[in-house]
Design a protein around this ligand. Structure first.
Ligand code: PMP
Ligand code: GLU
Length: 396
């Protein structure tokens, strides 16, 4: 007898980014020289002072259960950081530390959305948002944005998508997968519409420290008085401190939401890894020079990748103001054959590129934007050069 799957998971897709990364790893294990630009994770090692703090925590015996919603010292450090950098006054009771920001997103959606509620999700969107929203029974309402608008949601498009069932707006700036960054004024216009229509906002700010060209970053709750009462901010250590494997993310939320997320987490997972929490504490409270150094390196790579894409006739890419992704338009390269293989969709294009040239990317369709491909530039300059040599060769 096959065990029937629950209705809620039947339609659930696996993460396309992690699937492409697994495929690249599989080919590598077979001895192929794959250049992997699929998954978005810094190629740097976690800075030494952070690893040292983890070792010290283990040796000091901090290896037991902690408070399910995170150690008080880390919550206090997050509050102090938000106060210092953004002037935002959060209390430790408003912070929930989870097993990565992906888990934070799940907690946030699960504790706030009801079946049938509508959540506005601008596309291109990061792969996991739509699936995690659906797990809560709510409906992701996908609103397409345009390359000409740098893939930003316009006030008009937001207004047009709102119905009596709309409860939530999801924003991600800097964006995964496009790298586009909203200005403060652009966010203010969206915030005003959220306030007028009594929506709450989940603001995924996980790439906030990776903003280029010296541009300022505006944390969503700073935009208008009282906005913190209707905002859940998502952040974590994965991207800022090259700590993807440690699994620490967090939410800053109104107290009633935080309390319930803490309860949910106490039932589902208990605390995030104790040692990782001490590492995250060292990351947040330690010298931030490592962040500046990594950002400078990513900025160099961004410039290089932008130049390589611009040099391929027929290929375009929006402005990458932050994060570490290039989301390039391959519409001119579809409907053709590549070494006898017919390529109609972004998925076909990515698979043909992987099979024929051994470069791993992710199809735009996984991000709700057919006709585009995402390449992560969190890879060494040598890898980026090799990858774009192969891509240029592939399309020529
Ligand atoms: N949000 C965005 C936009 C991301 O790109 C990622 C990366 N996977 C996450 C959340 C989750 O990060 P993590 O679970 O590694 O903290
Ligand atoms: N955020 C990264 C990406 O988009 C990590 C993979 C994932 O968590 O899906 O590639």
């Amino acid at each position: 007898m096959a065990i029937a799957l629950s209705k809620i998971v039947q339609g659930m897709e696996p993460s396309a980014t992690l699937a492409m990364s697994a495929k690249a790893k599989e080919l590598k294990a077979k001895g192929e020289t794959v250049v992997d630009l699929s998954v978005g994770e810094p190629d740097f090692n976690t800075p030494k002072h952070i690893c040292d703090a983890a070792v010290a925590a283990m040796n000091a015996g901090y290896t037991r259960y902690t408070v399910a919603s995170g150690i008080p010292a880390l919550k206090e450090a997050i509050c102090a950081d938000y106060l210092a950098r953004f002037g935002l006054e959060y209390k430790p009771s408003q912070i929930v530390v989870s097993n990565g920001a992906k888990h934070s997103l799940h907690n946030a959606f699960f504790c706030t959305l009801n079946p049938g509620d509508e959540a506005i999700l601008p596309a291109p969107y990061w792969v996991s948002y739509a699936e995690l929203i659906k797990l809560s029974g709510a409906v992701p309402v996908i609103v397409s944005t345009r390359e000409e608008d740098d893939f930003k949601l316009t006030p008009e498009a937001l207004r047009a998508a709102i119905t009596p069932k709309t409860r939530m707006l999801l924003l991600c700036s800097p964006s995964n997968p496009t790298g586009s960054c909203y200005t403060r004024a652009e966010l203010e216009a969206l915030a005003d519409i959220a306030i007028e229509n009594d929506l709450f906002v989940v603001s995924d700010e996980i790439y906030e420290r990776l903003v280029y060209d010296g541009a300022p970053f505006a944390s969503f709750p700073t935009l208008r008085e009282g906005l913190a009462d209707r905002t859940i901010v998502i952040n974590g250590v994965s991207k800022t401190y090259a700590m993807t494997g440690w699994r620490v993310g967090w939410t800053l939320a109104p107290e009633n939401v935080s309390k319930k997320m803490a309860s949910l987490q106490s039932q589902e997972t208990s605390n995030p890894c104790s040692v990782s929490q001490y590492a995250a504490l060292a990351a947040v409270t330690g010298d931030q020079g490592c962040v500046d150094a990594m950002r400078a390196e990513f900025e160099k790579r961004r410039d290089y990748v932008a130049g390589r894409i611009a040099a391929i006739p027929g290929m375009t890419c929006g402005k990458m103001g932050g994060a570490f992704y290039a989301f390039f338009n391959v519409q001119n390269f579809l409907g053709r054959e590549y070494n006898g293989v017919k390529v109609e969709t972004s998925q076909d294009w990515c698979m043909a590129l992987l099979e024929q040239k051994k470069v791993a990317t992710v199809m735009g369709s996984a991000f709700g934007a057919e006709g585009y491909v995402r390449a992560s530039f969190a890879a060494s300059m040598d890898d980026l050069k090799e990858a774009f040599d192969r891509i240029a060769d592939f399309v020529s």
